[in-house]
Design a protein around this ligand. Structure first.
Ligand SMILES: CC(C)(COP(=O)(O)OP(=O)(O)OC[C@H]1O[C@@H](n2cnc3c(N)ncnc32)[C@H](O)[C@@H]1OP(=O)(O)O)[C@@H](O)C(=O)NCCC(=O)NCCS
Length: 180
């Protein structure tokens, strides 16, 4: 029998402490040691999509606002964070359902979507129309603009309203932890 999966979208402000702990625990299980406190903090302050199966949280994704500089503009960007589906529930369409909910937010509220993809998830995002950024990436840091060569090729965008040259420069705003 096919199990019923429910995907809910909710702002961080609508999640109580236990729900946030639950989401963090899921991402800890998905990413292991790669999941830092900064990574979790990056996933907060915007809209979350949560996938539930019979009362158990099995998937999470969120989108928060950032500014990405490109073509002389500071683009209002929906930046996607914390995308993960419990290992024993993968390849059943849950990641696609989560991203569908997140992409509706991106298309409705932002000029573009962006994310830093793991190698493992690149095909997943490509299959949904996300495009790899081909130009050089940088970050606005407290000490000036700094190239982020290590992130080149790993940033994906979902064009919405912004005019983009995917071979041009793309610069993100500053934050603690991984900047992209
Ligand atoms: C990436 C991830 C969220 C995908 O979730 P999922 O529920 O397995 O994805 P879906 O079942 O909705 O996949 C939809 C489509 O994406 C593509 N896809 C998904 N996972 C893929 C993989 N590992 N390799 C290649 N294509 C993949 C396929 O086209 C798939 O359709 P199909 O199963 O009919 O072939 C999940 O693998 C995951 O949590 N990975 C570990 C954490 C991670 O890397 N997160 C991304 C951070 S940027």
């Amino acid at each position: 029998m096919r199990r019923v999966i429910e995907v809910r979208t909710v702002h961080t402000a609508g999640l109580d402490g236990a729900s946030l702990d639950n989401a963090r625990a899921l991402l800890d299980a998905v990413f292991g040691d790669d999941m830092s406190d900064d990574d979790w903090e990056h996933a907060l302050g915007g809209m979350h999509a949560l996938a539930w199966e019979e009362g158990e949280l099995i998937g999470h994704a969120s989108v928060v606002q950032r500014r990405l500089l490109h073509g002389g503009r500071a683009l209002r960007t929906g930046y996607v964070e914390g995308v993960g589906v419990r290992e024993d529930r993968r390849r059943r369409g849950h990641g696609a359902a989560l991203m569908g909910a997140i992409e509706r937010v991106v298309r409705g509220a932002y000029e573009l979507g962006a994310l830093g993809a793991t190698d493992e998830a690149a095909e997943f995002y490509k299959s949904r129309g996300w495009q790899p950024w081909r130009g050089p990436t940088s970050a606005l840091t407290p000490t000036g603009t700094r190239r982020t060569e290590e992130d080149d090729g790993g940033i994906y965008v979902l064009p919405v309203a912004a005019r983009l040259d995917l071979t041009g420069e793309l610069t993100c705003d500053w934050r603690d932890g991984d900047v992209w």
